[in-house]
Ligand binder design. Structure first.
Ligand SMILES: [Zn+2]
Length: 294
């Protein structure tokens, strides 16, 4: 199993195998390509673009896909995924990243906001023309967008997803079967403020490994660490290391945050004894590699 980072800093950290840099954020901020890293692009959540042009928003019979619409539980504001100009802007950005020396591109939030979206005039017309059912049309729309993006990526291509293994196609138009041939791996974010309760991480990781027909990496949140949270995070990663994942990625604020996690593991003899005693060979190897550096 590889160990990696999802980070806001465009630099690699020793001891980590995979480096995912957030190059386009949900607030609309866009950054230059991070060299030799996987560049993670937020597609259809863009608060800045929506402020500048509110007509971009995805809509439903229960109102727009905005955080302020309390009929939904949105963490972000969503652009309609069929808006041609906005789509082109995202694809141009993906293309521009690939003119630089990058490892590859990961896409996130490239799908519909929820089950009821999008019922704008354009989406309604497009669906009618397609002759497909609501669910099939939405899935095809998302898959077609990913194909367009894929054709612009020279290196590794990966996608994140809202981590719903059962309802993803109906809710978001994410068709895992159709997407699998396009991607090199799937990136499953299982974000949490802490992993003191962690059975659900194991559960979702195993479900995704069963249904996804490409390698899988799981992302865990490693920011805002206390000793208690760091130990829970590392133990959760240890259990994950038994399932045949391609990797575990740790979301960190910056490189020091990543080094802090490694140092905590290396210097925690109780945790290291626990690893040896209960046999986590993959995680043990990672910590032993960290011990050579930290
Ligand atoms: Zn629409």
């Amino acid at each position: 199993m590889k160990i990696g980072l999802v980070t806001y800093a465009p630099e690699k950290v020793p001891g980590y195998d995979i480096h995912v840099f957030y190059s386009k954020w949900t607030n609309g901020e866009v950054f230059p390509a991070a060299k030799d890293m996987q560049n993670d692009v937020t597609c259809f959540c863009d608060a800045k673009a929506l402020r500048e042009d509110p007509s971009l928003v995805a809509v439903s019979p229960s109102g727009p896909a905005l955080r302020k619409n309390r009929l939904f539980n949105f963490s972000f504001d969503y652009v309609c995924p069929t808006h041609p100009k906005y789509q082109a802007k995202v694809l141009d950005y993906v293309e521009s990243l690939n003119k630089q020396q990058i490892e590859g591109v990961t896409l996130n939030l490239y799908h519909f906001p929820e089950l009821e979206f999008c019922t704008c005039l354009r989406c309604t017309e497009l669906r009618k023309k397609s002759g497909l059912s609501w669910t099939d049309w939405r899935a095809k729309t998302v898959t077609d967008f990913l194909k367009e993006a894929r054709s612009r990526v020279k290196g590794t291509f990966a996608v994140e997803m809202f981590p719903d293994p059962i309802m993803a196609r109906e809710r978001f138009g994410i068709d895992f079967e159709a997407i699998a041939p396009l991607v090199d791996y799937f990136h499953v974010p299982l974000s949490s403020r802490d992993y003191l309760t962690n059975y659900w991480v194991d559960l979702l990781a195993r479900d995704f490994l069963k249904i996804l027909k490409k390698p899988v990496v799981v992302e865990l949140s490693g920011e805002m660490l206390t000793d208690e949270k760091a130990e829970a995070l590392l133990k959760t990663g240890s259990y994950l290391s038994r399932h045949g994942l391609m990797g575990v990625l740790l979301l960190v604020h910056d490189s020091e945050n990543a080094r802090q996690i490694a140092r905590y593991a290396v210097n925690n003899s109780v945790f290291r004894d626990w690893l040896s005693k209960y046999e986590f060979p993959e995680m043990n190897r990672i910590i032993e590699d960290w011990a050579k550096i930290y």
